[in-house]
Design a binder for this molecule. Sequence first.
Ligand SMILES: Nc1ncnc2c1ncn2[C@@H]1O[C@H](COP(=O)(O)OP(=O)(O)OP(=O)(O)O)[C@@H](O)[C@H]1O
Length: 340
Amino acid sequence: MQQAQAMIEVKGLNKQFRTPVVKEGRFAGLRTLFTREYRLKEAVKDINFTIGKGEFVGYIGPNGAGKSTTIKMLTGILHPSSGEVKINGINPHKQRRQVAKRLGVVFGQRSQLWWDLPVKDSYDILAHMYKVAPADKEKRLAELGELLELKEFWLTPVRKLSLGQRMRADIAASMLHDPDVLFLDEPTIGLDVTAKRSIRGFLKRLNHEYEKTILLTTHDMDDIEQLCERVMVINHGELSYEGTIPHLRDKIGLPTVIRIAFHGDYRLPVPEGCLFPAELVLDGDQTFRIVEAGGQEVRIEANRQQVKAMDILRIVSDWGEVADIHMEEPDFEDIIHRVY
Ligand SMILES: Nc1ncnc2c1ncn2[C@@H]1O[C@H](COP(=O)(O)OP(=O)(O)OP(=O)(O)O)[C@@H](O)[C@H]1O
């Protein structure tokens, strides 16, 4: 298999912050000023990863885990304490301007557009700042206008846009200079379900059709599940997981819940008066658990890596006449909660 061109390369990345220890008691302010005692905060510890061209990768972790610190080092805003970052072969700290040309950044919580100006005027200013040639600007705005459906609010001042429109306008702004890599920070925060769905649709198209490499930080696990093929989890400054979402599901191994409704009587293969949950061992050491049985419904839990859905169906059909069967895969939020 051909290896994708590396777009983001991070090797042995560390960032420590030195913050003054604040004294307590009388004259605390003065004593803090003069004692020069510092506390070291290791915000990012020996992080290594590579993101290939055209990948859509999630970067997640609890509050204060080190996500923003990493992104700031990737964009060249922060200088690493040690380690190396390359964006399409360029070092963002040493060649910040060249890297800025290759990067687009979207912050869900703040806009890069001018609040009182019509959307179109913000694009004129940004195109000028990024030195985008007028013909290229017109071509890109025509494409982005169609992709992100900007025309309906082209002449509206940014402060009058809905949050969903503002996010679309901001995504277009980040794309104006045709960057290779996009950093998205909470791009769907505060949006209603319809606006979220449309933003996710646009982001998918940017990734698939325009081959943009995207690194997404968010606390919205639906964004991650629906958009990212790969996820990196950072916790206390260290990468605690890196891989695909299905692999993460398998690794955490939360069970699938299966609800079976029976027509009429059914007989469970457990002793009379047995307390639930009851473990059942099948051929070949596979196990699943009957968690609850009441009325016409039985609830079981199984690890789908061990027990196939067809085996479960075959087994429960021996207990009685199955009227309905319903499977609930483990919730992604619950899986992530285990990783955090
Ligand atoms: N300039 C700074 N000076 C001192 N400590 C800092 C500084 N910036 C970040 N930190 C600390 O580094 C750690 C990582 O912070 P960071 O902002 O990277 O976390 P995060 O994962 O982005 O969190 P969130 O999800 O809340 O945005 C935190 O403990 C934070 O308090």
